[in-house]
Design a protein around this ligand. Structure first.
Ligand code: BGC
Length: 839
């Protein structure tokens, strides 16, 4: 039996000023809870000695040796008992987030100087006493910026390290299949390319701080379950479709194309550890899943770090040992000495298997320098709290999305403004999500605090929104109304509806409040502190809408800076905002979500997020990639320059972006690729993001942006072949401001499938609008000769098949194709028309 330890309310946010400590618990065995209640010793009290002191004769201490070799040498010294002790964690209470504890710890071995490893949550900040509460990962994803991800991770990495930790349980990278997922705020949205970009930047940033990343939750952990949230409890409990019992049934193509790329990006970036998830994937639990752990992670991707459990996710000693779980970090029961000894004695597990797990753990410790330094002291007095508060505020502004700006209501003119009515239950709060990302913030600057600091007390009229009539009256009497409304999200349980009002405990109807204020004050700006996409039934009633997400502890400052135009709202949507709940890809069939009999069938395949909306012709309320600026941008002149044969890329894209307004601002041009369907059974979304880059431009400034198009960008996962393939056909390369605001396109034929639509391919290729001349080399020859099949000899080159041959073929073919590429003004795909208000 498990029960839940009391911990803080999931989204209780501290009003202005310093925070009080908040605690979090996790599912723990009853006996553990009893011990916890009578008090557990802090885990970090022992002295931390250098594992390899100067003059030591331990051979593995030679840092000139390869980490692999050093692990070999150390492994050879270990007794069986010592090896087994390294497989299980020992900190039972740290998940409560108390000062002086760690979320997790491994066992050290004093005899050989093997240091204990210390682990901390998480994606929003450290959970070990107080820490800087950073903007939520969804906010970060809205920046579309790997550099922002590095800065975000830099703050968390620094704090985690100064609190004496070696590993951080982050980034969290599960894709948004449904915005109902209670952990939507913790992830990077609905698109694998964007999520991978942010993931890679985050891993780079955190590991640059000397902290090992632990990418989670591997894999297909896309819901927490329909369940209950006990008022005041810090975490929900999923009951139907619960993360701890659910089997996600997903085909391999969908998994490889949608749910795995972010993990792969982390591995390619050199992440040191991977946290396996609670749920099952195609029948087997993720922490004992041969396909996920052995075949894909350690096999295909060559991951050489170690796999650790989500808390309590290990179920079976033999299966976990045999299928790739290296460390049972919490509670360490499945890999307890008794359990592992029994597994060995049964003959179902070999000593070689145990050795492999231990070797991975040790190799990672060597690779990340844990033997070559004094263990990090737990001394968080060295944290620069002011600096981190400022970085949190800057990133929150960069992640804020201006969804609507009719008549240029924003930015507000501070000097011309008389009074501002600040309304709403989230006006004096910083919203956050419940669970392992609930941070005990050092301080919070709420919207109210920031606006009062800015305008003075007398110019800000405050109503909490509990009385809609009073709020409307205050709005009517002011020059402008700013309504701050948020949603409720927590780990452990999904939202019951994709709305602001779902699962709220205060009885305030936020949608009705917005409508009431909008009816009274035409100059109304809605600010949403929502963790993910929500319904916005009032969106046509108000001229201004800002999506602030869960903005972190300095969110109020970010809001004030955006409202008054100190900074451009830099964010673009990492997830589609639907018009109605029925429009979601998982709506209408409980077998898809939340699952029936604890099985969720991912029958929508790759059609999630905007892929679903585009393929089914459904208009969103606000599309993926959308976000306005205070200036205006023009995108133009998309060109595709074929790569020379033998190169790793297919082509170089380039386009022009100009700031046509009169303020400095950040454009986020986006390039989407539409892949041809190789057969009737392989449904391809109309477009998939392949490139995006924030570009800050001064008024009148123009920049030419270039980006590489890699074979991966044109590939789909061919299940029959068990490999990635480039299919013959016509590839549509689109450039736009969002997935529904596309301004330019080039058709890139691969093989001769587009011959009918291309100019006659005889003699030198005619000049084609939009296609740059090919680079010198064989690809240029092919393009120039315009051979029908795209090969120098005229013989068709295979566009399919794995390995270098396919790549070379694709490059050559693309080279030929691009010279014959077509481009034209892009029609808008569906009825959604982008708001293009000038400021
Ligand atoms: C969460 C993990 C977290 C762990 C430790 C689990 O409940 O799923 O994301 O890292 O707790 O707090």
């Amino acid at each position: 039996m498990t029960i839940r330890a009391a911990r803080c309310h999931p989204s209780a946010s501290q009003p202005d000023g310093p925070s009080v400590h908040r605690r979090r618990g996790v599912a723990v065995p009853a006996v553990v809870l009893v011990i916890a209640l009578v008090g557990a010793p802090p885990a970090s009290a022992e002295a931390r000695a250098h594992p390899c002191p100067p003059g030591t004769d331990r051979p593995w201490c030679d840092d000139a040796l390869d980490p692999h070799r050093r692990a070999d040498l150390l492994l050879a010294e270990l007794t069986t008992d010592e090896k087994i002790s390294l497989l299980g964690g020992e900190e039972l209470f740290g998940a409560a987030g108390g000062e002086g504890t760690h979320t997790g710890t491994s066992h050290g071995i004093d005899r050989l100087g093997i240091p204990t490893m210390y682990f901390s949550d998480g994606p929003v900040g450290p959970r070990q006493g107080q820490g800087t509460q950073m903007p939520s990962p969804m906010s970060l994803a809205s920046t579309f910026s790997a550099d922002a991800a590095r800065r975000h991770a830099g703050v968390i990495g620094t704090e985690v390290r100064l609190k004496g930790n070696d590993v951080v349980f982050a980034p969290a990278v599960n894709l948004m299949r449904t915005p109902l997922n209670g952990r939507t705020f913790e992830y990077f949205g609905e698109d694998p390319t964007l999520s991978s970009l942010i993931t890679a930047g985050w891993v780079r940033g955190v590991q640059a701080e000397g902290v090992i990343g632990s990418v989670k939750h591997y894999a297909v952990n896309n819901q927490e379950g329909v369940g209950v949230a006990i008022p005041g409890a810090p975490i929900g409990v999923g009951v139907i479709g619960s993360r701890v019992t659910l089997d996600a049934q997903v085909d391999e193509r969908t998994m490889r194309e949608m749910y795995l790329p972010s993990f792969r990006a982390a591995v390619e970036e050199g992440v040191g550890t991977v946290m396996c998830a609670y749920n099952r994937v195609n029948s087997d639990y993720a922490c004992e899943n041969e396909v996920l752990l052995q075949q894909i992670l350690k096999g295909d991707w060559g991951f050489d770090g170690f796999v650790l459990t989500d808390y309590g996710a290990a179920k079976n000693t033999v299966d976990s040992l045999n299928q790739g779980l290296d460390l049972d970090i919490w509670p360490g029961v499945v890999y307890s000495p008794t359990a592992v000894q029994a597994a060995l004695a049964s003959g179902l597990v070999t000593m070689e298997t145990v050795d492999e797990h231990v070797h991975r753990i040790l190799r990672t410790m060597f690779a990340f320098g844990l033997f070559d330094r004094v263990p990090y002291p737990d001394d968080d007095t060295r944290i620069d709290i002011d600096l981190h508060h400022e970085v949190a505020g800057q990133l929150a502004a960069e992640g804020t999305v201006l969804l609507r700006n009719d008549g240029g209501i924003l930015p507000l003119d501070e000097s011309a403004l008389g009074t501002l009515a600040l309304i709403g239950p989230e006006a004096n709060l910083i919203k956050d999500g419940g669970g392992s990302s609930a941070i005990d913030a050092y301080r919070t600057t709420t919207p109210l605090r920031a606006l009062v600091d800015r305008l003075g007390k007398d110019r800000v009229v405050v109503r909490d929104g509990s009385d809609a009539e009073a709020a409307a009256a205050a709005a009517a009497a002011a020059d402008v109304a700013v309504v701050v409304v948020g949603d409720n999200m927590t780990e452990g349980k999904d939202k019951t509806a994709p709305t602001l009002d779902a699962d709220q405990l205060d009885g305030i109807d936020r949608d009705a409040l917005v409508s009431a204020v909008a009816a009274a004050q035409p100059r109304t700006v809605v600010v949403m502190q929502a963790g993910g996409p929500v319904l916005t039934p009032w969106r046509e009633q108000v001229p201004g809408i800002l999506q602030l997400w869960y903005p972190g502890q300095n969110g109020g400052t970010a809001l004030a800076r955006v409202l008054f135009g100190d900074v451009d709202p830099g964010g673009r949507l990492p997830a589609t905002f639907p018009v109605a709940a029925e429009d979601l890809p998982t709506a209408g069939d409980p077998r898809q979500y939340p699952g029936v009999a604890e099985i969720a069938v991912y029958s929508e395949g790759v059609l999630i997020g905007y892929r679903h909306f585009d393929a089914n012709g459904i208009d969103p309320a606000f599309p993926f990639g959308h976000g306005l600026s205070y200036t205006t941008f023009e995108l133009d002149d998309l060109r595709v320059r074929p790569a020379p044969a033998g190169s790793d890329t297919i082509a170089t894209l380039s386009y022009t972006v100009s700031n046509t307004g009169d303020r400095t601002g950040t454009a986020v041009p986006q390039v989407y690729v539409g892949l041809p369907a190789p057969d009737a059974d392989t449904i391809q979304p109309p477009r998939q993001l392949r490139h995006a880059a924030p570009v800050e431009l001064a008024p009148g400034q123009t920049r030419r942006v270039t980006a590489e198009l890699a074979p991966d960008d044109l590939s789909y996962y061919d299940m029959a072949a068990g490999d990635w393939r480039v299919a013959p056909g016509c590839y549509t390369i689109e450039l736009g401001h969002s997935s529904r605001d596309l301004v330019d396109e080039v058709i890139l034929p691969v093989e001769d499938e587009c011959a009918a639509a291309t100019p006659p391919a005889r003699g030198p290729a005619p000049p084609v609008e939009g296609a740059e001349p090919p680079a010198p080399g064989p690809a240029a020859d092919v393009a120039g000769s315009g051979g029908d099949a795209g090969s120098p000899s005229g013989a068709p080159l295979p566009a399919t098949g794995g390995g270098g041959g396919a790549l070379a073929g694709a490059v050559l073919l693309a080279g030929a194709a691009a010279a014959r590429g077509m481009r034209g003004r892009r029609r808008q795909p569906c009825g959604w028309s982008p708001p293009r208000e000038s400021p």
